[in-house]
Design a protein around this ligand. Structure first.
Ligand code: NZQ
Ligand code: ZN
Length: 389
């Protein structure tokens, strides 16, 4: 078992109607709020009006229009300017992971005198940040319970993950009812993202039974409940179970004591969404079975087979290699049957920039390091992209 340090200081307030507790929470952090949101979904579902009504005694500045795959040069820069000009005390992020990630970058930039990009690229460590409270309206990233964010800089095709313990939200309000209105494509992408978060941790070189059990339970729960929510988008229990999984799947708690895998599929997907602005979870669903197939070897077959037995109920008595191959097929079929596009060409990506993207992945961070579960060279990455076309 690996040594670990674990601490998540975020308070989770989960369930129907929990945002009625918003005023007392915001009151703990000050009067001047920057309310951040996306392209309008919070207005359509009545959440915006509810927030304005609950917070009528606060001084609210707004930053709306934050895009999926949030952009540095527009939203982050604008948000930092607003915080500094208005002396903002606390940020309230209402929306999906993109709104929250953008808010984390703004929270750090607001307490720094230089370019916020220095903090995102980790050139300068984050030493302070404004407090963040969120009302997360989409089950996907787990940003509501982690200390990281992902910001895109279109001009340079960068999509960069950054993190700091100053960036854990103080409080995350999670009312699964807000996810009823999430478009089916986004719901499926969110579940694919969460499943992949578990898989990125599950495929590592030093597993333990306790962590494995939690991760296997999470994957089974996601697979069962996404099918229910697809049929009946207002099934509260299915939505709640999906959200609980998504919230816990990305902050490390499910894989305590296991070794770090390098998160190769995320590294590759971030290149796809940086170059083509595609939906993160869809990119991951496309890459996942191709990555599994590419890394299948004598070293990895036992682990992939075990995943197949525990998650998809494959007969444990079958030969290891057969179970592993079946597990990869089941993974592909799961996404395909849900209706997720399973080829890059279907999301507008052709062969023209695959080599450039593969090179970009290796420039950002090395997937060839020893700690990576199945190290990948630039050539491996290119082959995985090609197999995904
Ligand atoms: O912009 P609005 O109008 O709000 O619409 C959004 C957006 O179009 C919509 N939506 C959200 N909640 C809704 C809703 N529509 C109707 N009803 C609701 N209740 O859904 C669309 C997608 O939203 P977005 O926030 O982009 O989705 P998601 O939560 O999946 O976030 C994706 C971003 O998070 C990053 C991804 O790379 C991507 O940039 N990630 C962040 C991570 C983290 N912070 O830990 C980890 C992840 O691996 C991931 O990389
Ligand atoms: Zn992800």
């Amino acid at each position: 078992m690996q040594n670990f340090t674990y601490c998540t200081p975020t308070k989770l307030v989960f369930g129907k109607g929990v945002i009625s507790r918003l005023p007392e929470t915001m009151g703990l952090y000050g009067k001047k709020i920057l309310l951040t949101y996306g392209g309008g979904s919070i207005k359509r579902i009545g959440l915006y009006d509810k927030i304005r009504e609950l917070l009528k005694d606060f001084e609210i500045t707004e930053l709306g229009g934050i895009e999926p795959n949030p952009k540095y040069s527009t939203s982050v820069v604008e948000g930092v300017k607003l915080c500094k000009a208005k002396g903002i005390d606390v940020i309230l992020a209402a929306g999906g992971g993109s709104v929250l990630d953008c808010s984390k970058a703004i929270a750090a930039g607001a307490c720094y005198d230089g370019e916020t990009w220095d903090l995102i690229t980790n050139k300068v460590p984050v030493k302070a940040a404004l407090p963040i409270v969120d009302i997360i309206t989409m089950a996907a990233t787990g940003s509501e319970y982690d200390n990281g964010g992902v910001i895109s800089r279109t001009e340079t095709n960068d999509k960069i993950g950054f993190g700091s313990d100053f960036l854990f939200p103080k409080v995350s309000f999670i009312d699964p009812q807000y996810t009823y209105s999430v478009p089916e494509k986004q719901m499926l992408a969110g579940v694919a993202d969460a499943l992949n978060h578990v898989m990125e941790q599950y495929f590592n070189s030093d597993p333990n039974d306790f962590a494995d059990g939690m991760m296997e339970a999470s994957m089974r729960s996601l697979i069962k409940n996404v099918k229910i929510a697809k049929k009946n988008p207002t099934d509260y229990n299915a939505r709640a179970e999906i959200f609980l999984n998504c919230t816990l799947d990305c902050n490390g708690i499910l894989a305590l004591g296991e070794s770090y895998s390098g998160w190769p599929m995320h590294a590759m997907e971030h290149a796809l969404s940086a170059y083509y602005d595609i939906t993160h979870g869809i990119g991951l669903a496309i890459l996942t079975p191709r990555w599994m197939k590419h890394i299948l070897s004598n070293k990895t077959e036992g682990r992939i087979a075990n995943y197949g037995v525990k998650v998809f109920g494959i007969d444990p008595s079958l030969p290891e290699r057969y179970k592993a191959e079946k597990a990869i097929e089941e993974t592909y079929a799961l996404f395909d049957n849900l209706g997720i596009p399973m080829h890059l060409k279907e999301v507008g990506i052709d062969e023209s920039r695959l080599a450039e993207m593969a090179h970009h992945v290796t420039e950002d961070r090395s997937l060839e390091a020893d700690y990576v579960y199945a190290p990948l060279s630039e050539k491996d990455i290119l082959e995985i992209f090609q197999a995904s076309l």
